[in-house]
Design a protein around this ligand. Structure first.
Ligand code: GLN
Length: 734
């Protein structure tokens, strides 16, 4: 031991004691934090406490579950294990776990993706298990490339580490390709035949930026892929899962590994749990654990940490789960929909630091799948419950706001007395929801009658009774249906420019037009397809990562004249962030300059520091297109400048947000019927006036072409949208 380590040990022990015994708080981070302050090399200094070695688990989804299961599996095979079981996954969490242990055989640690760069170089783990990389907390992570760079850098600084990775994920495969460390791929050797979701990451080759071809896709970007251009492909798994079949409570598969095979049964719903189980088997096998004992570990897995945690409250099944990004959410919706009978589901969404302040991603989740089921009642909770409610509304699902788990259960059972209840919460929303459920379950097991859950025999609750009336049309003119009004919305490159929930703008436009009786057709134009704008009324371009943006822009440039003519003919065009940048004369990618469409008088440059120097955060604008403040979220590296005479979309209001660039105090551009802006959110979800401005312009253009007067849009009931807008205004001090 060195002196610094001695002092770190003493302060670590003292702070653990003070936190646990005096303050009755968990001591999962603080002791390590002070320890690292005293001894910055603490992880490396404490490494000898691990007799056999260490494993670090990273990945967007499943880290905590895999970490706990692996620790259990190693313990079941007789090993002493130290583990940051509660998910304190920064270097301080790992240091705390090590400080609180004298000796162990194995260290099993969960690590945050970006923090692996701090943890791995010091710990020099024997294995890093890389589970998957999905879009998550983009306000903290930037674009996914940055996470890949961080993980690859961490591996480079820990050359003796073996990378165990999910070869079904092209993001993970790309990291394996870049690293010199030895690698062990795992994956599913067959198509699981799952229905696909609307938005997924990484359809692009990680080597040459072409589009990947998929033989099959499981969910998200996971599947069997190859690049027709350069040969980048999924590596054949050394540990391969196959012959998956459903079981009464989950699914089973056969794991083929280098020295044999084993049938694995996973008593949990959700395909992601199959991947988690697969990763546990691979890592356990590599650590020398007996695979025969892992089945029992998985069967009895009940971490009590709110992940797939079951409660029995009021004689009904209540299931709590964490979901914090679109892929996780989509998987959770499948779990809910798979359960037969009436269901009540509540979504709790917070926007604290650990969740990401941006909730645009809610629009990348396929909530419309719930609308198809007629025995579901839905609820929205958490700090951003208004946003959640608006999202559900545009998915065709009416919902009530709730104050917490107890309030939800009370309302749910009033609405649907025999419903099974599901609570899906994001990161910081989970602990409160779980604490409430724990409390209710404890009261019940102690015989305390759950007074506020007494069922009222009022029968099923009908949402239609509670829906506020839409204001009647006040003008005497013909209705859109009588006029035969129809709008065609052309959504350009939805598979490439879709990183920040921007596709929600198309949903909002279509729904708001339909509610007025206008017939709407949405045409998705994917990469490589010809863009036909002859019957287009509104064109939409979303934002995306640099790589996808360049591919879309390249395609678009070849057809630029069509888009230019459409705009000069007063066609309506909404372009967000990356899509907005493309409208200008040029935009800069890394050090290179990419020619733009030249539709608007703007240029986009990079700030010093390249793509890491981003403008990220909530933003509010004052715009002539709306009386309410226009609220959104920006996340971009590019800085856009308006040429003289160019009109901005809005002026930045208050202290929040930058918009076009660091200095000008304006955001976006307006030209004829074009709106370009940096605002995600999606833009139109909390700013219905802007949505209606675009629809109205499109209807006017159509009417003018037909030589008839335009239908004037009648107001809708926007109370939910306004509440979401007002909540953000209050939050931003406006
Ligand atoms: N990739 C672009 C940038 O970073 C656009 C990002 C976005 O669409 N949010 O500037």
């Amino acid at each position: 031991m060195n002196l610094k380590q001695d002092i770190a040990q003493v302060v670590g022990a003292a702070s653990t004691w003070a936190l646990k015994d005096i303050l009755h708080r968990p001591a999962a981070n603080f002791p390590g934090k002070v320890g690292l302050y005293v001894d910055p090399e603490l992880l490396s200094d404490l490494r000898p406490r691990l007799r056999e070695g260490s494993v670090v688990i990273v990945g967007t989804n499943g880290k905590t579950t895999v970490t706990n299961l692996l620790a259990d599996a190693l313990e079941a095979s007789g090993k002493a294990v130290v583990c940051n079981r509660t998910g304190a996954n920064l270097d301080s969490g790992v240091a705390t776990a090590l400080l609180q242990t004298e000796q162990a055989d194995w260290g099993v640690f969960e690590s945050d993706e970006l923090w692996l760069a701090k943890i791995a170089p010091q710990l020099q783990p024997d294995f890093v298990v890389l589970l998957n990389l999905f879009r998550d907390q983009l306000d903290r992570m930037g674009e996914i490339d940055r996470i890949q760079e961080a993980i690859a850098g961490a591996l480079e600084a820990s050359p003796s580490t073996t990378l165990i990775y999910n070869a079904d994920d092209p993001f993970c495969q790309a990291i394996a390709e870049k690293t010199c460390n030895s690698c062990i791929p795992f994956g599913f050797e067959e198509d699981l035949g799952l229905a696909q979701n609307t938005v997924a990451d990484a359809s692009m080759c990680q080597r040459c930026d072409s589009l990947l071809a998929y033989e099959w896709r499981q969910y998200g970007q996971l599947g069997s892929y190859s690049c027709p251009n350069c040969g980048f492909k999924r590596e054949d798994p050394v540990y391969a899962a196959l012959d998956a079949t459903p079981t009464a409570d989950g699914a089973a598969f056969t794991l083929r590994y280098p020295s044999g095979s084993v049938r694995v049964s996973v008593p949990f719903s959700g395909t992601y749990m199959l991947y988690n189980a697969l990763a546990v088997y691979v890592a356990a096998d590599q650590c020398g654990a007996a695979l025969s004992g892992i089945g029992a570990v998985i069967q009895s897995f009940d971490p009590h940490n709110g992940r797939l945690q079951r409660y029995d409250i009021g004689g009904r099944c209540v299931l709590l789960n964490l979901a914090k990004n679109p892929t996780g959410f989509n998987q959770n919706l499948r779990i809910v929909l798979d359960v037969p009978g009436p269901k009540a589901v509540a979504f709790f969404i917070n926007d604290k630091e650990a969740d990401g302040h941006d909730v645009s991603w809610l629009w990348d989740v396929d909530f419309q799948e719930l609308a198809g089921a007629d025995d579901i009642v839905a609820f929205a909770g958490g700090i951003r419950r208004n946003d959640m409610q608006v999202r559900l509304k545009y998915a065709g699902v009416a919902s009530q706001l709730v104050d917490g788990a107890g309030d939800f259960l009370e309302k749910a059972w009033k609405a649907a007395p025999s419903a099974n209840c599901f609570l899906i919460a994001n990161y910081t929303a989970l602990p409160n929801v779980k604490a409430e459920l724990d409390h209710l379950a404890r009261d019940e097991s102690q015989g305390v009658p759950p007074a506020h859950f007494r069922r009222e025999e009022s029968g099923f609750y009908h949402y239609s009774e509670n829906e506020p009336e839409e204001r009647p049309a006040t003008h005497p003119g013909p209705s859109p249906a009588q006029l035969g009004e129809k709008l065609t919305i052309v959504h350009l490159y939805p598979e490439l420019l879709n990183l920040y929930g921007d596709g929600g703008n198309v949903t909002v436009l279509a729904e708001r037009a339909r509610k007025r009786g206008v017939e709407v057709e949405v045409v998705r134009v994917e990469h490589g397809r010809e863009i036909d704008l002859d019957s287009a009324d509104i064109v939409f371009l979303g934002g995306g990562p640099d790589r996808e943006q360049r591919l879309a822009s390249h395609d678009l440039l070849a057809q630029a004249q069509r888009l230019r003519s459409y705009v000069e003919d007063d066609g309506v065009l909404l372009a967000i962030c990356g899509g907005y940048q493309i409208l200008g004369h040029e935009w800069l990618l890394g050090d290179g300059s990419v020619p733009g469409l030249g539709i608007c008088g703007i240029v986009t440059r990079r700030a010093q520091g390249g793509s890491h120097n981003r403008l990220v955060g909530n933003i509010a604008l004052e715009s002539p297109l709306a009386q309410m403040p226009v609220i959104g979220y920006e996340n971009h590296a590019g800085r856009t400048f308006l040429e003289p005479g160019c009109k901005a979309f809005g002026y930045v209001k208050g202290k929040h947000g930058k918009g076009n660039n660091d200095a000008d105090g304006v955001d976006g551009v307006r030209y004829r019927n074009v709106v370009g802006t940096y605002l995600h959110g999606p833009l139109l979800s909390k700013n219905p006036e802007v949505a209606d401005w675009l629809i109205q312009r499109a209807l006017e253009r159509r009417a003018a072409k037909g030589g008839r007067p335009a239908y004037m849009l009648q107001p809708l009931d926007d109370s939910e949208e306004r509440a979401a807008n007002e909540f953000m205004c209050a939050k931003l001090g406006l």
